[in-house]
Design a protein. Structure first.
Length: 302
């Protein structure tokens, strides 16, 4: 089944060219079906890139998924046009009066800042508090996962000696947990961050369960409250060239970045990167939609 998006969303054409089944509003409204309504709080600076990455991952499911994007009112993106934001993004005040089946909170390039120093922190807190009663399940990604763990469970973050960048091997635990159903013993995930979460604090909290991790990256998949909140400390949705773009961006900024781990063939940045994580990424998002959203949300949730 398809994902449903705004008729004029620019990435819709790209998805269709990739043979991903996208349904526009007109056709969706003509069907007598209860779709899954997903809200995406997109905090990434290059919003159209993130839209495309997430919509790809959400498309591999037999469910019909309605997707709406939301942005903060307390901070306006400097890297996405005002016209795009006005046409395709809602503000929190426009969505808070109703129920949603699922919410995705993305990462953001603010991880070196204390949470309370982030310009939109209080608005993000308000959204996370609102989601307790208005959202069936919330999926937190990268910095969004760190922010959620900190606000909801008091889990601190820490700054690493150098940026964690590359494609890392993760180990699967608790295979009876639905989030990792169908996963292999080990799988690969893109990482791009300067900070991590305190493993000891996660393990000490009885409400939190680590279901996948790695020695290098720490906890990767954390399930809370039976899946009411899920935390993903990496970027499984990343496109093949996203790490390449970030690496070259950091070079241009004079940051002298390390070559992303396990990414370029022979560690040669002149060679095209190998995509090695998409299957598990799709399985992750499909499992979230199926087991924690679709099978949990009431039919008359609204």
């Amino acid at each position: 089944m398809p994902i449903r998006v705004n008729n004029d969303l620019p990435v819709k054409k790209i998805l269709e060219d990739e043979n991903i089944f996208v349904m526009d509003e007109n056709r969706s409204n003509s069907q007598d079906i209860r779709p899954i309504d997903i809200l995406i709080l997109n905090l990434m600076p290059l919003k159209e890139n993130t839209e495309l990455e997430l919509l790809r991952s959400l498309s591999n499911t037999p469910l019909q998924v309605n997707v709406n994007f939301v942005r903060t009112s307390s901070y306006e993106s400097k890297h996405t046009s005002k016209e795009h934001l006005k046409q395709f993004y809602l503000k929190f005040k426009e969505v808070k009066s109703r129920k949603w089946d699922g919410l995705i909170i993305t990462g953001a390039p603010v991880e070196k800042m204390d949470f309370e120093e982030v310009e939109y922190w209080q608005e993000l807190v308000d959204i996370m508090e609102w989601s307790r009663t208005n959202v069936t399940s919330t999926l937190h990604i990268c910095w969004g996962a760190q922010a959620g763990l900190y606000h909801r469970y008091g889990i601190p973050k820490f700054e690493m000696e150098k940026k964690l960048s590359g494609v890392y091997k993760m180990k699967t635990f608790h295979k009876r947990t639905e989030l990792v159903r169908g996963f292999d013993d080990y799988f690969l995930v893109p990482q791009s961050r300067y900070t991590g979460v305190d493993r000891a604090a996660v393990e000490a909290n009885p409400e939190l369960e680590i279901v996948a991790d790695s020695e290098e990256c720490g906890p990767y998949l954390i399930v809370a409250e039976g899946g009411k909140n899920i935390f993903v400390t990496g970027h499984p949705e990343y496109d093949t060239l996203t790490l390449d773009s970030e690496y070259k961006r950091d070079i241009g900024r004079g940051l002298n970045p390390s070559i992303p781990v396990n990414y370029y063939p022979d560690d040669d940045p002149t060679k095209k990167p190998t995509k090695s994580w998409r299957c598990h990424a799709n399985t992750l998002y499909t499992n979230w939609l199926n087991y924690y959203v679709y099978q949990q949300t009431p039919y008359n949730w609204r």
